[in-house]
Design a protein around this ligand. Structure first.
Ligand code: FE2
Ligand code: FE2
Length: 139
């Protein structure tokens, strides 16, 4: 296996761990959300969780296509009983995710156009998540 592919596989599996954690985080947060804005927040959390599941699916497929093994590890999860705090936690997480996928995108050579497009798609979604969560915290 060539070194750049090895490095990419480590990063893609790191991303997969983050996607798993993110999905569980949003779904759990949706389940415990209360208060006057609960309905909107729950709908948004569930919708984003669906995107995270799709991202995990894309990463699993790309990891296998590169000759790797998809991890089953789950990254760190942070749940907060206060919905607004939870949105802020997730906003920070999404911003870190954007940085992470930008970094990966810069490492992908022109030999891997399918991988490039896949990561670009996940990056776009993550940027959308940042925008959506910023609206929820009134930014
Ligand atoms: Fe994601
Ligand atoms: Fe996201």
């Amino acid at each position: 296996m060539v070194p750049d592919v090895k490095k990419l596989l480590v990063l893609l599996n790191e991303g997969l761990e983050m996607e798993y954690a993110s999905q569980i985080q949003y779904l759990t947060q949706a389940a415990i959300t209360k208060g006057p804005y609960a309905e909107g927040l729950i709908a948004r959390f569930k919708e984003i969780a669906g995107d995270e599941a799709e991202h995990a699916d894309i990463l699993r497929q790309r990891i296998v296509a590169l000759g790797g093994t998809p991890t089953t590890k789950v990254g760190d999860i942070q749940i907060h009983p206060d919905s607004l705090k939870a949105v802020q936690i997730n906003l920070k997480y999404e911003k870190d995710t954007v940085e992470f996928y930008r970094k990966i995108l810069n490492l992908i050579s022109s030999d891997h156009p399918i991988l490039y497009e896949a990561i670009e798609h996940i990056l776009e979604d993550s940027e959308e998540h940042v925008e959506e969560l910023e609206r929820l915290v009134g930014k």
